[in-house]
Design a protein around this ligand. Sequence first.
Ligand code: 6R9
Length: 649
Amino acid sequence: MSQAGIVNVMKETRVFPPPPEFSAKARIKSMEQYREMWQRAKDDPEGFWGEYAKELHWFKPYEKVLEWNEPFATWFKNGQTNVSYNCLDVHLNTWRRNKVAYIWEGEPGDVRVLTYEMLHREVCKFASVLKSLGIQKGDRVSIYMPMVPELPIAMLACARIGAIHSVVFGGFAAEALAERNNDAQAKLLITADGGWRRGKIVPLKENADRAMEKSPTIQKCIVLKRTGQEINMVDGRDLWWHELMKDASANCPAEPMDSEAPLFLLYTSGSTGKPKGVKHTTAGYNLYAKKTMEWVFDIRDEDVYWCTADIGWITGHTYIVYGPLSAGATIVMYEGAPDWPGYDRWWDIIERYKVNILYTAPTAIRTFIKWGDEHVEKHDLSSLRLLGSVGEGINPEAWMWYYEKIGGGRCPIVDTWWQTETGGIMISPLPGCTPLKPGSATFPLPGVVPEVVGEDGKPVPVGVGGWLVITQPWPGMLRGIWGDDERYKRQYWSDVPHKYLAGDNARIDEDGYIWIMGRIDDVLNVSGHRLSTIEVESALVSHPAVAEAAAVGRPHEIKGEAICAFVTLAEGYEPSDALRQELKNHVRQQIGALAVPDDIRFTTALPKTRSGKIMRRLLRDIAAGRETVGDTSTLEDYSVLARLRAGEE
Ligand code: 6R9
C-alpha cells in the first residue's frame, strides 16, 4: 500500500446551491434536516434503521436491528423477508400494479415494456423453472447475460426461491467466467446465445461453452435466444429459456428468507490476482438499496429513471434492479453501445422516453465531450431534472460540461462514491439540499460515518489526504468474501483496527466536503471498472513468451486510467509488433477486452527493490512520461531505470 498523507493540489472554489424548486419538492429539503438525520443515525443506528425497516415486508418480525460482532454484522436478526417480494409483490395491491417497471430498448431498436404485474409474472414463472431444475435455497447460480429484461428476471427469480446469484459481466472472457463459476461452486449457468454490441454479436454461449469445459460444478445451462445465430446446444445439459417457460407455473410464492441469507455474490478485483466474491445478504442490503435510491435520486412515481451501467457491475445490481424496483420506479434499460447507430443514441433515448434522471459514469461523459456537442444539441433534453455520476472521481471540467450541456444548467449532479463492498451509495450530495462543489462527493449519507485517517489510524487534519475508513456498520455492507473470512478480515479490517478500510485516499476540506483521491492499492480503474494489476500480469505471464510482467495505470483522457504493461520475454523470444498484438489478444481471451493494455513495453528487466518487489511507482512515472521524484534508494539495479527511460526494446 502506498503512503497516506498525499496533498491534493487541486483547488476548486465554485459552489452550486440546489435549485429552490427542487428543494421544495424533495424528501430532504435542507442541510439542517440532513444534519439532523445524519446525527440521529450516528447516535442511534438501531432506532434510525428500525423505523425505516417498516417499509419492507416481513414474513416474520426481526428480534434486533443490529448485532455487531466485529467485523461481522447481523442486521434485523432472525427476521424473514424476501427481496423479490419487496421489489414486486408489494406493489401488486396498489395502483403501481399497472405501472411500468422497465422500458427496455435493444440495440437494434426493439422495445419491450414490462409493468410490475408483467414482471412479477415472468419472475414467478422463471422461479418455477429454477425449482423444476432442482435449484434450492442457498444454491449458487451464475448469470452471464446481455442487458435484456431476462437478466433482472433471472436475478429476481433466484431471490424469490433463495438461490444465490452471481452475475458475471458479459464482457468477461471464458476463463474469467470459469474462475467465478468454480469459486462459487455454481450448479447452474444462465446465459444467452449472444447480445448486441455496436451491431455485432457478443458470442456469450460460445464463451460459456468454453467456460463450462472448466467448470465441473455446472450441471445445467439455460440459454435465452436473443441474437438468433447458430449455437451449439449440448444434449442433457443445455436448455432453451423459451421452452422451459412455455408451461411454467406463474404461481410461485416468495420464499421467506432469513434477514442474513445471502442474496448474491459479485466478484470484484482486490489487490491480489484472485477476484473476490463479495457477499451481500437479504434484509439490510434491500433496505439500504431502497433508502439510498429515495434519498439520493429523490425518485418520484412520475419519474422516468435511467441508469446506464451494466447489471454485471454493482451499480446495475443496486440501481437498475433492487433499489429502483423496491422504490416502485419506472426504469429505462438499454442493451447496447452509446454510439450505435449514431453518436447520439443516448440523447435520442432521453428525448423519446422523456428521461428525468440520468445516472452514468465519468468515462462516458469524457467520451461524449470528445465526440462533440453537436450530437447532444440535436436533442431536446429538457425532461432531465437530476444527473448522477459513479465509478470514479469526476474531474471538474467534465462536471461542468455535464452540468451545462446535459443538464442545461438546471439539474443538480449527485457525484456518488461507493463500492461493490458497500452495497449502495455512501457519500453523495442530496439533490434537494447539498450545495455542490464540482469534483467532490460532498457528505456521507445518514447511517454512514466516515473518517480520513493516517497510517496510525488517527484522523488527519483538515485538508490533508489519508485513508478513507467507515467507522460504523451500515445495513448494505458486505458480509464477507465468499468462502474466505480470513481474507475479509485482512483486507478490510486489519490495517486500521475497528474501522472498515475502503481502499481509497481522500481528504476533507474546511467546509467538511469529502474529496476522493483514488485508490491506495494496486487496483486500476479503467473506464470505471475495477481491475487489479496482478490480474493483468497473471494473464500476461500465462503466455509462453512472457517471463515477467508488471502492469501499471497511466492517466488517460477518456478511460481515466489506461493499462501500461512492462514485459520481459522468455528465452528465445524477440520483441515485435506481432508479439505485442498477440499478447493483447491473449489478455482479451483470458480476462476480456476491458483488461487489454493500451501499451505493452518490452524490457530486459523490471525495476525491483532489493527484496525483489517490483517498484510500480517508478513504472507508473515512466508510463506517464513523468520524471521520477520519489525515493529510488531501494532500487537494486539503477541501470534498469535508465534503460526503461530510454525506451529500450
Ligand atoms: C460503485 C462502484 C469502487 C471504486 C472505489 C473508488 C472508485 C467509485 C467514485 C469513485 C471517486 C466516485 N469510485 N465511485 N471514486 N468518486 N464518485 O464503482 O463500485 O466497481 O467496486 O469500484 O471506484 O476508487 O473504491 P466498484
